[in-house]
Design a protein around this ligand. Structure first.
Ligand code: GLA
Length: 388
């Protein structure tokens, strides 16, 4: 699709900017970001593409090409979450509107905008399609307003939009990865200190994503429940470990020492987080040693932990992970993202990629009678703006 032509078709003039913001895959470190731990995602070569130009009327005019829907809203009435006719904003428009709101609250100059956009990040698949929309629009407003803030800060403003405007209590990982991605690299991101570094992916390996096609609608409440369990664990453990602020501050040995004092469900949730944090650090070491087998083994144990302790997997995702153990060339596999459906991420040795992808599709069809979407993906750069 020629996005500039689409813009011209809609607004009868040329766009001045094109923004491209990637989705992300998380390689390891799941549900760790809101516990202040480190995560290891990568931006991927699936993107939201927005063509845009400023508009003098303090209004945002949007056309979501994939949905074939349009909306216009005023920058003066963002709080009300309404369009120009006073109707509630449709869900999809709350992401860009939330970004405009968050930027304005931060005191930044946010201009009227005309934009068309499209995306090949699958929606609701755990690949952060909404973070890509947020980051893509934030970078556009930054280019139009000419303000000087770094990509990480931009990501934080997008997270604020999602937390306080859209109402999803997510951590910072997705917006960070979309904003700061580095081609060919995983991103080790410490969500407490906000320090990060890019680590090359194991040489001779590829990332393969398998989309189970399962989408769960109540994900917001399940996500909030998990978050609340972690907070409860911290409250209970404080009696024995008074200095902790989050599960990031609890070592696996300390948790083992005090886990008898936690209710069973809370103990399981905390054990996932505390050990997942240790796995992320081990995974970074494995990348540094170019030890792809160790990295893969950590992915498998992360999946087992999400299945049995954090309880965010589904039968479909478990089948996809189990199948990989019988396929040649697969070093590791796990569900990626918030869980309750969506995708698995697989680390596969290059010479086996085609065979692996075909084998996973055929095996899944045989076991479940259903189709799985399997695709190769490249670790990519973060958001970029092209001026026309
Ligand atoms: C979603 C959230 C992230 C993170 C993951 C789970 O993608 O947006 O902040 O918590 O789930 O790791």
């Amino acid at each position: 699709m020629d996005i500039s032509a689409q813009f011209k078709h809609n607004f009868d003039c040329q766009p001045t900017h094109i923004s491209r913001a990637p989705g992300r895959v998380n390689l390891i470190g799941e549900h760790v970001d809101y516990n202040n731990g480190p995560v290891l995602p990568a931006a991927i070569d699936r993107t939201v593409i927005i063509a845009a130009a400023g508009s003098a009327d303090n209004t945002v005019h949007l056309h979501a090409l994939d949905l074939e829907e349009r909306v216009s809203f005023s920058l003066a009435s963002l709080e009300g979450k309404i369009d120009l006719t006073g109707n509630p904003l449709p869900d999809w428009a709350r992401y860009p509107a939330g970004v405009a709101w968050s930027l304005k609250v931060a005191g930044l100059d946010v201009r009227g905008l005309r934009a068309v956009y499209t995306s090949d990040v699958p929606i609701g698949a755990g690949l952060s399609s909404s973070a890509a929309v947020e980051v893509g629009f934030a970078a556009l407003w930054q280019a139009l307003g000419g303000w000087d803030i770094d990509r990480l800060e931009l990501a934080q403003l997008c997270q604020r939009a999602e937390n306080d405007y859209v109402g999803m209590p997510c951590g910072l990982m997705d917006q960070f990865a979309s904003a700061c991605g580095v081609e060919g690299h995983a991103l080790y991101f410490d969500t407490r200190s906000l320090e990060w570094l890019a680590a090359p992916l194991p040489p001779g390996t590829s990332i393969v994503i398998a989309d189970s096609g399962v989408r769960r609608s109540l994900i917001n409440s399940a996500y909030s429940e998990r978050r609340a369990s972690c907070e409860r664990a911290v409250d209970l453990l404080k009696e024995y470990l008074p200095d902790i602020r989050s599960l990031r501050d609890v070592s696996p040995i300390e948790l083992a020492a005090y886990s008898d004092y936690l209710p069973d469900e809370i103990r399981k949730r905390a054990e996932h987080i505390v050990k997942e944090i240790a796995r992320v650090d081990s995974a970074l070491n494995a990348l540094r040693r170019e030890d792809k087998r160790a990295f893969g083994a950590l992915m498998y144990s992360s999946h087992t932990s999400m299945r049995d302790l954090y309880e965010i997997s589904t039968p479909e995702l478990d089948t996809l992970v189990d199948l990989t153990r019988r396929l040649p060339g697969c070093l590791g596999a796990r569900l990626t993202g918030a869980g309750f459906g969506g995708c698995t991420v697989n680390l596969v040795e290059d010479p086996y990629v085609v065979e692996f992808m075909g084998g996973l599709e055929a095996g899944y069809k045989m076991e479940t009678g259903c189709q799985v979407q399997v695709y190769l993906c490249r670790a990519s750069q973060g958001v970029s703006i092209q001026e026309i």
